[in-house]
Ligand binder design. Sequence first.
Ligand SMILES: [Zn+2]
Length: 412
Amino acid sequence: MDSSLRVHVEDVRGEGRAAVLDRIAGYGVAGVTVAAAGERSRDITPHGPARVTLRADGVHFTPPADLFAGLRLTPPVQAGAAEEPLAALRADTARRGLRLHGWAVFLRNATLGLAAPDVTVRSCFGDRGAPADLCPSHPDVRSYAAALGRAVARQGVDSVVAEALHFGAFGGPCGFGGSGRGHGPGRGHVPLGPMDAFLFGLCFCDFCMRRATDLGVNAEAAREECARIVGGVLGGDPPAQGEVTRAALTAYAGPEAVAYARARSEAVTSLVSEVSAAVAAEGSRLVFLDGTGAVKGHDDGLPAPGLAAHDAWQLGVDLVALGDLVPSLGAFGYARDAVRVADDVGAYRRSAGEERELRVVLRPGPPDTDSADRLAAKVRAARAAGADAVDFHAYGLVPYPILDRVTAALAG
Ligand SMILES: [Zn+2]
């Protein structure tokens, strides 16, 4: 079974490339997935020289001028990028017989969104309140994504792992009041139900509305209905009960809002197709990573009952369409229960078809995994359910004794 450990450039730099790669090779993984285009965060790094590491949005390489010339959006460049840490990693992983995958966060970038608010999502009320969420329908964002995919591929990686190449979840992966990604802690003292939050998170920018209209959806009616419902809750109406499903949402918000939400997958599918072609043109391959499992299980490893593959449409992800387009799909198995991981993987496998590579990201420690046996059980479950590869998250975030679990999990 193929495998990798996810790593951040800051942690490789802090601990020393040779030491980190020696340790990673010792775990028995087949490769390293390095954050080539990372995102802003504040991480406890238990074995790094800095015990809290501040990360920024941007790329760890010099953006090729030919790819971004004439584009309005260009990637922020990380400190130390001029030293070309990815080129050094590529050489050193190759020497050790490890594959190198380039992980890139595409459309979650508060640095870009704060500098150009018009490319971020716009709510049914007209607010641009999610600076980290770039809209996949915006032409400038689409040009940026294609160039970024090509630029990461050009670093000589075996694959480009595309994270957040779809619509975001309301309030980010941790919800409102969680990390408040990119804009400090979020505060929300209105009791929104899951369906209210979903409607509040839909983008009604001009480009999204035009795309939906072209697909025969009454976009203005959908916007008005969202504003009426969410506005009611903001005014004191009781929030919606229950998880987001198409049937429940139809009953709550009407068919136009559901049709609008579902039409969003066209923008994502066509964008992923463009990025995949750009990556292939540089001799690499795209792994499309669906963030749904991370949204569902991020905080506690206890996702609500709906399987991630079945809820992917809520981020504009059409797995059946993408299964025909991209060489590889990735999913987050952020769950405590090995049976749940198997159920999620099986649903992705059925959606994507038998031909595609299917990779699963697992967390070897809290909140998902409390023992080496449990990690081994999840790897076995993922493999039995149809996964081709597991990617462990992440080197710098996890104490050494927890990383040690990877060895036995891959051997078992
Ligand atoms: Zn939009």
